[in-house]
Write a protein that binds this ligand. Structure first.
Ligand SMILES: [Ca+2]
Ligand SMILES: [Ca+2]
Ligand SMILES: [Ca+2]
Ligand SMILES: [Ca+2]
Length: 379
């Protein structure tokens, strides 16, 4: 597809100015160039899309219901949520911004009121608020703001109340469960004590009982908290020490069995660590991989189409993204050269934006104030 567009664009220039030489290059020739570039770096085709100022959180969903994935960011000093609507070919329309009250840092997307549109929940560290934007299919109805003990990040707790998701907001040393009343309105239902300065929360079912469990990465505590859901809607939480400064803990199958494992990135220690799920309630340390440049973002997904989960890490001080490839057993090796990012790359996500069955990567560049999207090869 890219080859065809390239030829068309060059032909257009020639017709207008009559000066630009059209290379005698066939689609097959361009495909060969693509293949050569792809052999050393499987994510070659990067584009930037402006967001609000200081984008911290990023999430992916089909916000406007056109079956094409969209990107949403939480912009702390911009005090906005940016929506980038996907065009389905790996490119995105210019941003639309929606105002938030108090400096958003993290977000979650889901259909909270079960009306068929994607809604957005935003954690706002600046005001200890959680705001909910009911989706109208590309835009949002009037926002609801919920005071909360502390909110740095928020995640969906799926299917708890009549199929409608609850939300788990984390900040400071608390996880707050926000219970959905069934219409997309939420009320707090107590706290779970977790490690200090929780920066990130992810949800998975670690013990296979179909009740969603959580993991949080806690910067000051230098630990992660794993919460296993009990029969009464509460959680039994355990803190596990990690290398200094954990920022993000993601979940997914890593070591070849069916149980979800955990990968953690620690910025000050410069380390990606694994915790392998042995029986649903016990985790053993796996391989540790040093990563330079104050790594603050981590995403999990299959980056080389071999069926197992790989990792993408942002090296925030080095303006790049490092890819760690899984051999299927939880042993990771760095793949090729790192991807060039903008200034201070932070959180990132892995998804297939151009619908070619190869995963792509989107990263927020905090200082640049944009999202860089890399398409998986070949294009
Ligand atoms: Ca869409
Ligand atoms: Ca909805
Ligand atoms: Ca569970
Ligand atoms: Ca793709």
């Amino acid at each position: 597809m890219r080859a065809a567009l390239l030829v068309f664009a060059l032909a257009g220039c020639d017709a207008t100015f009559g000066l630009i030489h059209i290379p005698d290059r066939t689609d097959a020739g361009i495909d060969a160039l693509d293949a050569a570039a792809c052999s050393t770096q499987p994510f070659t085709n990067a584009r930037d899309y402006a967001t609000g100022t200081l984008p911290l959180g990023i999430a992916v969903a089909d916000v406007d219901g056109d079956s094409k994935l969209d990107i949403v960011t939480a912009n702390q000093t911009g005090n906005t949520v940016t929506v980038l609507l996907g065009l389905g070919d790996g490119t995105f329309a210019p941003k639309q911004d929606f105002d938030t009250p108090m400096g958003p840092t993290g977000l979650a997307i889901g259909d909270f009121d079960d009306n068929g549109t994607q809604d957005v929940a935003v954690a706002e560290l600046g005001g200890n608020l959680m705001s909910v934007f009911p989706g109208t299919g590309g835009a949002f109805a009037a926002r609801y703001d919920y005071p909360i003990a502390s909110a740095t990040d928020v995640a969906l707790l799926p299917g708890v109340t009549a199929g409608r998701p609850n939300l788990a907001a984390v900040g400071a040393n608390k996880l707050t469960v926000m219970v959905n009343n069934g219409t997309g309105l939420f009320s707090p239902n107590g706290y779970v004590d977790i490690g200090d300065a929780a920066n990130d929360v992810h949800i998975d079912d670690f013990d296979g009982d179909r009740k969603p469990d959580f993991v949080t990465a806690n910067i000051v505590g230098s630990n992660i908290s794993i919460g296993i859901a009990n029969e009464t809607g509460g959680f039994a939480a355990t803190n596990i020490p990690m290398p200094m400064g954990p920022r993000v803990a993601v979940t997914g199958k890593i070591d070849g069995d069916e149980r979800p494992d955990i990968a953690v990135v620690s910025a000050e220690a410069g380390m990606v660590s694994l915790l392998l799920n042995t029986d649903g309630s016990h985790f053993v340390p796996g391989m540790s991989t040093p990563v330079s440049g104050s790594p603050i973002g981590l995403a999990i997904g299959d980056l080389d189409v071999d069926g197992d989960n790989d990792l993408a890490v942002t090296n925030s001080n080095e303006s790049k993204v490092t890819l760690l490839m899984n051999d299927g057993n939880g042993n990771f090796t760095q793949n090729g050269v790192a991807l060039a990012a903008g200034v201070t790359p932070g959180e990132l996500v892995i998804a297939d934006f151009d619908r070619d069955a190869r995963n792509d990567i989107a990263v927020v560049n905090r200082t640049s104030g944009n999202v860089r999207v890399y398409l998986g090869c070949p294009h």
